[in-house]
Design a binder for this molecule. Structure first.
Ligand code: GDP
Length: 439
């Protein structure tokens, strides 16, 4: 789903090179690329412009946390804005009345009848009795199609093949439901290949007559901008309550999912992702935004860093690295911070591409324990100036920490290697103007 859009957005984030904060100059190209990616994905131009303007406002002047790269921070900002664009939070169908009536509208071929079957299955699972109503008076085949689906999912289908009045059929169906103790009635109406006046008048009349607790508009997400335009036409006439996006399993570019809410100001309530009766999901804006960005893990990582990481401490350590003064006290403090962020395997798994790689690797949450014990056995002087740690001191540390000399030597070696890398980075960055350049 949305592979193309995800790839393009990812590329846009990578062009953002970090200084200490995001500024007008370093963000401009990225914003432009994000806008282009959205428009290419068939997002309405006005919507794409509005959302990227908001993203820019949000990003400007943000201090880039030491723990995340500017690109990662941008991913999170875009994620928040896309989530808002799609409505922010999940909205449920409203089932009110006895029976509760749900009216389905949409063009022919949108997946309306298939959705009727899926919704019936979904509601039946909540232990409510359902009646499906075939209200397409033009295509006898549509009635048969619903009957087949009804049989497949074990839900009764009401139809009056000889009646050409959809208002009457719906009213009769509701009366039938009352008599037969059906708690939810789903009415599948006639659809045309394109919006036409007669169809609109007909469904308006049905809506007026039966006053459904929920009117849903079903639309094929693969039709992109057309989907948004059709939604607008239907909403102007029907004032529907929610949208069902179908065929999201196909190579839909994402435009409809992203623009519909902003254009018609109605929530998407369901998404349909296949022809099977189970292929129905409630619509969660935040999950959809994660799928579009294809980087749910980065978002959680930034969120946790924002919540947990002590930014002043990170800056202090950065200063020390710059002055080649990084010592064992700083090392210990870093370990504490990492541990605060949560389970080690979870954390490593959040690094893009890592979750698959470490699937079968056993990362022990106590992996830091021996290191911590060794450092804690050092005197303040040893921690501050590790150079004094000679053979006899190391033996003492091994004994004091319950480890062995090998482990102590390994830690010393790792620490020295780390400091070497830091020194090299310092040399490089002093010619480029700052550590952040390395990100
Ligand atoms: P209606 O004319 O609006 O009632 O549309 P149908 O329910 O008959 O669906 C039209 C076609 O789209 C059928 O071949 C369905 O199997 C197919 N379809 C419906 N929903 C989905 C979906 O979510 N994914 C895919 N791939 N196909 C779907």
């Amino acid at each position: 789903m949305f592979d193309n859009l995800s790839t393009k957005l990812d590329k846009a984030f990578k062009t953002l090179k970090g200084q200490g904060s995001i500024t007008e100059i370093n963000v401009a190209a990225t914003i432009k690329e994000i806008r282009r990616a959205l428009v290419d994905a068939d997002v309405n131009y006005k919507v794409a412009k509005e959302v990227t303007d908001k993203i820019k406002d949000e990003a400007m002047g943000r201090d880039v946390l030491t723990t995340v790269s500017p690109g990662q921070l941008m991913t999170k900002i875009v994620y928040d804005e896309l989530t808002q664009l799609m409505g922010g939070t999940k909205e449920d169908v409203v089932l009110k009345g006895d029976p509760a009536v749900i009216l389905l509208s949409g063009l022919q071929g949108s997946g309306k009848t298939t959705f009727a079957g899926k919704l019936a299955t979904f509601i039946k699972k909540q232990n409510r009795t359902v009646l499906l109503v075939a209200c397409d008076i033009y295509r006898p085949a549509a009635i048969d199609q619903l009957k087949v689906l009804g049989e497949q999912v074990g839900v009764e289908v009401y139809s009056e093949p000889d009646n050409k009045n959809p208002v009457e059929i719906s009213q009769n169906a509701i009366a039938y439901a009352k008599k037969n103790n059906k708690k939810v009635v789903i009415i599948d109406t006639a659809g045309r290949l394109a919006v036409d006046e007669q169809m609109m008048r007909e469904i308006e009349a049905v809506k007026r007559a039966i006053n459904p607790s929920e009117t849903l508009f079903v639309v094929d997400s693969m039709t992109g901008q057309d989907a948004v335009n059709t939604a607008k036409t239907f909403n102007d006439r029907l004032n529907f309550d929610g949208v069902v996006l179908t065929k999201l399993d196909g190579d839909s570019r994402g435009g409809a999912a992203l623009s519909i809410r902003a254009v018609v100001e109605k929530p998407i309530k369901f998404i349909s992702t296949g022809e099977k009766m189970e292929a129905l999901d409630m619509f969660y804006p935040e999950r959809m935004a994660q799928r579009i960005l294809g980087m749910g893990d980065v978002i959680s990582l930034v969120e946790r860093a924002q919540q947990q990481f002590d930014e002043d401490e990170a800056k202090r350590i950065n200063q020390k690295i710059r002055k080649n003064q990084f010592n064992f006290d700083d090392f210990l403090s870093q370990l504490e911070q990492i541990k605060k962020m949560g389970n080690l395997k979870d954390l490593v798994g959040m690094i893009p591409g890592m979750s698959k790689a470490i699937k079968d690797v056993d990362i022990d949450d106590d992996a830091f324990k021996p290191i911590e014990s060794i450092i804690k056995s050092m005197t303040p002087q040893e921690r501050a100036t590790p150079e004094v740690l000679n053979g006899s001191r190391r033996r003492r540390l091994a004994k004091g920490s319950g480890t062995d000399i090998q482990q102590v030597n390994n830690l010393m070696k790792q620490f020295e290697d780390m400091r070497k890398v830091m020194r090299t980075m310092n040399k490089m960055s002093s010619t480029k103007g700052g550590m952040q350049q390395m990100a």
